[in-house]
Design a protein around this ligand. Structure first.
Ligand SMILES: Cc1ncc(COP(=O)(O)O)c(C=O)c1O
Length: 418
């Protein structure tokens, strides 16, 4: 083969297909693409408008003031000390994750199954061997210390670094780890000297505001990725941040700076300037975060309950905006109508009732397990945030008014299944 065998990311491909159907006048219940339903706070949008003259290239790792700001912000919200020297800024976390994979010359990559769509292709592009860490519905799709220890012992390739990606609150499952669970995993990480990329991009959207960063427990080899895409509703702005361990080797810094300089030069300067305002941790940001959490928790729990009563296996979400649906109780019925895989199931749901879900295979799940990810983001979050007072009066009416389309979509799914 002359060319690299890599295809368009499943999530982006689905987004384009949904937009095409909508352009043809179809109603599509957009549960497929995980884009925040909220706009960045007004003052952050204004800061971006006012920064349009910033046409300069910044340092590869970002503006020094922004790195200071992010360090202060995350020290405060995550409750452990972070120095600006540990921070690198880039156009999104995706290129940071990509560069992290490439910064390791020889690595064995371990990925939980399920986990986010891009980790495995990125590891493959970096030509690292990839091993899955199996999880199960009964273990709430969590990596357990025993399984982790076994997979690391069995699959470590001599002469390579162990590199693992952990993501919580999780995409595709909306579930997180407790401090005790992280402490238990950290013991195994220490034993096997694992470098962990802790993708905490949904950390600030923990529905109870109780996210625990792995870096506060396993500081020596944890590399945290975060950014504006999810909690600030600014995915298309492209602003990601990496928090390196305090004593990260100079060679790691240097490899990441080298890769960034050869691939993207820097995050866009106007976005970095606007990010200075986004990372201003005051009452505005606290209120913005609190409002998002209340709405996401309420709608996540409501959809979860509706799905359970429809017979779908699913856990109540704890953070972010995803649910991992397990349709295995319907396997016989699905097989009987010629549906053998999760992709076929998602194709039929989109075609027949306009419900867009993303198949579990995109997240490393076996096709015949009939899993699919649902993102509960098909609503106008900014409109909903502006009417938060009515949530306190009548939460049910609030959900009907501001997230009604999604509730109809779930109803249609329920009818289709029965
Ligand atoms: C788990 C996870 N990590 C990383 C990303 C990429 O984020 P960014 O927009 O910062 O590149 C996403 C986006 O959907 C995600 O869900």
């Amino acid at each position: 083969m002359v060319f690299l065998n890599v295809v368009k990311s499943g999530t982006l491909a689905l987004n384009e297909q949904m937009k095409l159907l909508e352009a043809q006048g179809e109603t599509v219940y957009k549960f497929g693409f995980g884009e925040s339903p909220f706009l960045p706070p007004q003052r952050v949008q204004t800061a971006l408008q006012e920064a349009s003259h910033r046409k300069d290239y910044t340092p590869v790792i970002g503006l020094p003031q922004l790195r200071e700001k992010i360090a202060e912000f995350h020290s405060e919200v995550d409750g452990y000390p972070i120095d600006a020297g540990q921070i690198m800024v880039a156009p999104g976390t995706k290129p940071l994750l990509y560069n992290l994979m490439h910064a390791f010359e020889h690595a064995t990559v371990f990925l939980p199954a399920p986990s986010w769509v891009s980790y495995a292709p990125q590891a493959q592009i970096a030509r690292h061997p990839v091993f899955k860490i199996p999880t199960s519905y009964d273990d709430r799709w969590r990596v357990t210390p025993d399984v982790l220890d076994r997979v690391l012992s069995e699959h470590h390739v001599v002469g390579t670094a162990n590199l693992m990606v952990l993501n919580y609150p999780g995409n595709p499952d909306g579930l997180t780890y407790t401090r005790d669970e992280l402490v238990a995993l950290a013991e195994v990480f220490r034993k096997h000297e694992v470098w962990v990329v802790s993708d905490e991009i949904y950390g600030l959207l923990h529905h109870e505001g109780q996210h625990v960063s792995l870096a506060s427990i396993y500081s020596e080899r944890t590399m945290v990725t975060t950014g504006l895409s999810k909690w600030c509703g600014a995915g298309g702005w492209r602003l990601g941040a990496l928090i390196l361990p305090p004593d990260a080797p100079a060679e790691l810094h240097s490899a990441l700076i080298g890769l960034g300089s050869e691939v993207y030069s820097c995050a866009p300067a106007p976005i970095q300037v606007a990010a200075l305002t986004a990372y201003e941790l005051d009452a505005v940001v606290h209120e913005f975060l609190a409002g998002q959490r209340v709405i996401l928790k309420a709608i996540g729990q409501k959809i979860y309950r509706q799905l359970v009563s429809a017979g779908v296996k699913v856990h109540p979400p704890q953070g972010g905006f995803y649910l991992l649906l397990d349709f295995s109780p319907f396997a016989d019925k699905l097989n009987a109508i010629g549906i053998e895989t999760d992709t076929q199931l998602c194709e039929q749901l989109l075609e027949q009732i306009g419900v867009a879900l993303l198949p579990g295979t995109a997240f490393g799940m076996p096709a015949d397990m009939f899993t699919a990810r649902l993102a509960y983001v098909d609503f106008d979050g900014t409109d909903a945030l502006q009417h938060m007072t009515s949530f306190d009066t009548d939460a049910e009416a609030f959900l009907e008014n501001y997230t009604g389309k999604m509730l109809t979509g779930i109803q249609r799914l329920d009818e289709w299944l029965s």
